[in-house]
Design a protein around this ligand. Structure first.
Ligand code: ZN
Length: 304
């Protein structure tokens, strides 16, 4: 069964999430060595070539499995709060062994039950909240922290094709879970609301944006039109080398991206060598030596 519906506005789920991080090696080591994700692309922030843009996911770099980071070595820590994707969800194979390995490395994990399912809550080395469950390996979803979840829920259910499957209170706040019915990764979105929330501040340990999957440009255009009809202001299409993207703030303040599945991560290096070498887009390629010399060297995880 294909990931995408073919004749509706509905998205297939998340395409990727992008976080702000601190030290690049520490960020890579945590997600690759401890969570077991595969580094599928090393490039730079196209708007600031002094900073890496690292992409990790399943071995093929499948849309929906992808976590990306902008690791600033001297980043100031942010604060998670309303108007952000506050927690990232990962589904990892052999979760019990993974949890034990994380504890052996000194990570503190708390068991939590979400909608009848066991999960483990922890923070990455920059303080980014994460929740882990058993899964195929890669991104499973995200929690959006919102002052008012209702307009965001309406956008997700009426345009993006999500379905609410339940609500839970945890003593501090309320969580509703939405999923995109069907197969494929990255299909879970929780909307979390808590009275007297701390104020969010961007920085290391916070999510910059989350991206949803578009089948192609026509689907992306149709989603842009539907968002405009609801008073949102999607950006022009931007070429991100591995996908094409539009961006908008959703009603709760979270930055949403709509990214096409194509062309994918094998567009500039062979599928069996994803992530092994720094890749630069055409506008920056002529300055390769200069750009590479300013980036901190990375000790890469060994290919599986
Ligand atoms: Zn993005």
């Amino acid at each position: 069964m294909p990931d995408h519906d073919t004749d509706t506005l509905a998205v297939a789920g998340l395409h990727h999430v992008t976080a702000t991080a601190g030290d690049p090696q520490r960020n890579l080591d945590f997600y690759a060595r401890l969570l077991g994700l595969h580094l599928v692309k090393q490039t730079v922030n196209f708007d600031d070539t002094g900073v890496y843009h690292l992409y990790l996911g399943d071995a093929a770099g499948s849309p929906g499995t992808i976590y990306t980071s902008f690791p600033f070595p001297d980043a100031r820590r942010g604060q998670v709060g309303p108007g952000q994707a506050s927690t990232l969800h990962f589904g990892l194979p052999d979760i019990a062994a993974r949890v034990q390995a994380l504890r052996d490395q000194g990570c503190t994990l708390h068991p939590v039950t979400r909608f009848g399912r066991q999960a483990w809550a922890l923070e990455d080395p920059d303080g980014q909240p994460l929740e882990l469950t058993e899964g195929p390996g890669g991104l499973a979803g995200a929690t959006l922290w919102l002052d008012d979840p209702t307009p965001t829920a309406a956008l997700l259910t009426e345009v993006f094709g999500y379905v609410e499957i339940g609500r839970e209170a945890d003593g501090k706040g309320e969580r509703r879970r939405l999923t995109r019915p069907g197969t494929g990764p990255g299909r879970e979105i929780d909307l979390y609301h808590q009275p007297d929330s701390p104020r969010a501040r961007s920085g290391a340990g916070t999510v910059h944006h989350i991206a949803f999957r578009a089948r192609d440009r026509a689907h992306q255009d149709a989603l842009a039109g539907a968002m405009r009809a609801r008073g949102l202001q999607p950006s022009e299409r931007k070429d991100r080398s591995y996908f094409e993207s539009i961006y908008t703030r959703e009603p709760g303040g979270v930055l949403f991206e709509i990214a096409t599945d194509a062309p994918g991560f094998a567009t500039d290096e062979p599928p069996e060598a994803l992530g092994r070498q720094l890749q630069l887009p055409p506008q920056h390629a002529p300055r390769r030596a200069e750009i590479a010399a300013k980036l901190p060297p990375l000790d890469l995880p060994r290919p599986a």
